[in-house]
Design a protein around this ligand. Sequence first.
Ligand code: SF4
Length: 504
Amino acid sequence: MKPVLLLDGYIDTPTELGVPPYISATVRYIAYVLDYYGLDYEYVPVCTWRRLAHSGELKSVFPAKQYGIVIIVGGTTVPGRYLSAYPVDAKELKKIARYFRNNTKIAVGPLAVASDRGKKFVSGVSTEDWDYVVWGDVEEFFFNFFRDLTYYRPGFYECETDFSILDKVLERANTDFTRLHPFYPHVIAEIETARGCDKRPSCIYCENSIKPRKVEFRSIESVRRELELLRGGLAAIRFGKQANILAYGGEDVGKAVYRPNPDAVSKLYEAAHDLKFEVIHSDNANPLTFKLFPAEAVKALEAIATYNTPYDTLALGIEDVSEKVVKMCNLKVGKEDALKVVAMIQEHGKGKIYAGINVLLGLPFQTTESLNELLDFLKELTQYKVRRINIRQVQVVKGSVLARLVEAKRLKIAKLKKNVIHSFRERVRKEIDLVLIKKVFPAGTIFDAVVEKETKEGSFARFLGSYPPVIFIPQKGLGFLAKVRVEIVDHTPRALVGKVVELL
Ligand code: SF4
């Protein structure tokens, strides 16, 4: 009997991605705790679980009575568009809970607060189906739980801790389980560098906004230790589990964001470079850091560009540019500053980093007119090489100022008419996305990609990294996970068309 089954149901949040080809930090941290206590466990990705459920082999491969404790990690707070693998959904969670009805069951990750697939919002898992529901810095829960099984009573736990437990368990950690990831060896690990967000005051829709948590930076030694372990099997990482990569190791000098520490950022990326990772990418960066500390931010950017690999993206939470919305929602920067930041990234990113723009719809005070203003701003971006525009719908997150004000009926989520939103999205797609994708990946561009899906029409591939575009290859039979060198021959607003120039 194995004591633990660790089911990876894939996480997708703005600061952590664990949907293949990604592997989340959360699932890895639980595995490290299990290693720390020398516990025998089996890692199973939900793709494998689904395949066995479909073929009727679940009972023979994973008989419920074989395990003492079942842990599932998963859920999304902001659902994305998935190419082949997708996070566990509420129906599946119910079935899994039923399958393991006699086991101790622990549900972990955003599914503790929300589980979402596609457009339909599904409320979080309940402690009726799961003995323990855990959210936050989960290594704390598991560290205590496996030290003393009576430490916690069944229930909901939200954890917040510094990096000391992670550092302790990393001493005995093993990453061999990543070989069972369905995309292995074409897997990219999301790396955590900080907890908490340096921006004050917080954006009103953020869960940080009522009680901002203390900012903690992970030490270089801790990052390096985990990178060394991962390098045993994986070749791609993204410094993505943080609110603002430019703040790494920075200092609170009493401004709205931390003053960057370019040396610390440099050491972070250098550590990955020294270990010869083939993909070293990034995710969130706060545009306000560029505005308030331009010299230090540019130095940090140049440090990233020295050690990262091509087609890296810094995702900027611009959200909206109307003066009123920016002010009332505590957003980061206005229109002029946002354009300056994009220009700075283009100028100092050494041709390896692009800006990515996040937009939020439904923010209080947004109107049809403000959307027109936003559209004008996005059109101005077409003079730059911008990787992509991501349009999301605002969510009223528990613990946010927005949730409190909406509840008290003091603020309203903007009720934008469906046709207004639809026309906004369409215009972005047709008038902006196509121009941008052609600028970043012009016809004739050649790079390596991995086939993730095959259909009757052909194959769909992506490169490993931050915000990879889908590449349609009108060629069948390349095989799932085939590595190919492709040349770009055509574009659609959200995807590329490529031809294989070499099978790798
Ligand atoms: S920048 Fe704003 S939205 Fe992002 S983590 Fe910080 S407070 Fe939250």
